[in-house]
Design a binder for this molecule. Structure first.
Ligand SMILES: NC(=O)c1ccc[n+]([C@@H]2O[C@H](COP(=O)([O-])OP(=O)(O)OC[C@H]3O[C@@H](n4cnc5c(N)ncnc54)[C@H](O)[C@@H]3O)[C@@H](O)[C@H]2O)c1
Length: 346
């Protein structure tokens, strides 16, 4: 089968990673890059460079496109791609507001062109395995969920203006991934309470957040996150997913899911349950589960290939990603107002 011809929109940190992954898979080939401010990546890969993605879509007619430009451009850029009939992978967040996300859902429905949102962790085999353990009932009724994402980003990361301004912030840039995974693994969140702080970096956007979550199934959870904290606890340090950016601490856990029958550490996939003798006086037995051996970003890209070939529906649709965004917005409202907030429905 011939390789799927992919064009890239946005040639920054994430765009460079996507270009690398496209090069690594035999079923994909990079055909062009659009970025109004830099041609360096296109030069490195020897592909045509465009300053306007609409011209690129017209001239190149790629089989699929990956959008990795700043958040506030996501909806307008994805709309252009869908209207041009090109299956699209749009980096998260799907939009910077829920209202905009719904606009994009409407465009997707009107055009019928597949749109995948880049919540790439869902393509990670660790997540697939964790989900199957939870769905098997091994944890019993989920009672408590503890989640951490704590990293100290280099100060230079914030030299880029959009990362300091509303529309960015640790909730929308990073914790959105954790909230998406918690929704996927533990179910929908009914309400959230939150406190955020910008005290460590003194930027317009928050650098730290503490969230209390009540899941619709009754489980209670916490998510504590910060981009200004030196700590080994976070999916990016613990999962092995992105070792080129995050130094790895594979022995540490970022999610601890606990239920009436057992508990699970992630990404280690250690399942803790009683043996034949039950009760708190008896030691727990630990069963080690192993995920399949593949990279989330490769799996996401293979999924885009399948979408471009019309073989499946998006694993993370815009409507699904909008629910994650609704949860982020609820956390932002809760932090602003000092009251518990519920994610908005459609
Ligand atoms: N999935 C993940 O884990 C992950 C990780 C990091 C970033 N992201 C997302 O990827 C996107 C890009 O983030 P980044 O850190 O690479 O940002 P970045 O600032 O490094 O790169 C953005 C690029 O977009 C370009 N750009 C600006 N306007 C454009 C336009 N009109 N058309 C095309 N390109 C344009 C900029 O010149 C820049 O090169 C963001 O939406 C971010 O949330 C996702």
């Amino acid at each position: 089968m011939t390789a799927v011809r992919i064009a890239l929109i946005g040639a920054g940190v994430m765009g460079r990673q996507h270009a690398q992954y496209i090069q690594q898979l035999p079923e994909t080939t990079l055909v062009a890059i659009a970025d109004p401010f830099t041609q360096a990546l296109a030069t490195d890969y020897g592909v045509p460079a465009f300053t306007d993605h609409r011209q690129m879509l017209e001239h190149i007619r790629p089989d699929a496109v990956i959008i990795a430009n700043p958040n506030h451009l996501h909806v307008s850029t994805a709309t252009d791609c869908l209207q041009a009939g090109i299956p699209t992978l749009l980096e998260k967040p799907v939009a910077t507001s829920l209202a905009e996300a719904f606009e994009l859902v409407a465009v997707e429905q009107r055009t019928g062109v597949p749109l995948l949102i880049g919540h790439h962790r869902r393509h990670n085999p660790i997540v697939t395995r964790a989900k199957s353990i939870i769905d098997s009932g091994a944890l019993g009724r989920l009672t408590t969920v503890t989640a951490l994402w704590q990293v100290r980003k280099d100060d230079a990361y914030f030299d880029v203006a959009w990362r300091r301004e509303p529309g960015a912030g640790v909730l929308l840039i990073n914790l959105i991934h954790d909230l998406d995974l918690l929704r996927h693994l533990c179910g929908e969140v009914g309400q959230v309470q939150a406190i955020t702080s910008h005290g460590a970096r003194q930027l317009a956007v928050e650098d730290s957040a503490a969230l209390l979550l009540q899941f619709a199934n009754g489980a209670l959870g916490t998510l504590t996150g910060s981009d200004a904290t030196v700590a080994p606890w976070g999916w990016d340090q613990n999962s092995g997913e992105n070792p080129s950016v995050f130094a790895q601490q594979a022995d540490q856990s970022c999610y601890l899911l606990a239920g009436t029958e057992g508990s699970l550490s992630i990404p280690q996939l250690k399942l803790w349950r009683y043996g034949e003798q039950q009760g708190w006086h008896h030691p727990l037995l630990c069963q080690q589960h192993a995920p399949a051996d593949s990279l989330a970003m490769h799996n996401q890209l293979r999924h885009l290939v399948q979408l471009a070939r019309g073989e499946c529906a998006p694993l993370v649709s815009a409507a699904d990603a909008a629910k994650t965004l609704a949860l982020v917005e609820a956390a932002q409202r809760a932090a602003r107002d000092g009251f518990a907030a519920q994610p908005a429905a459609e």
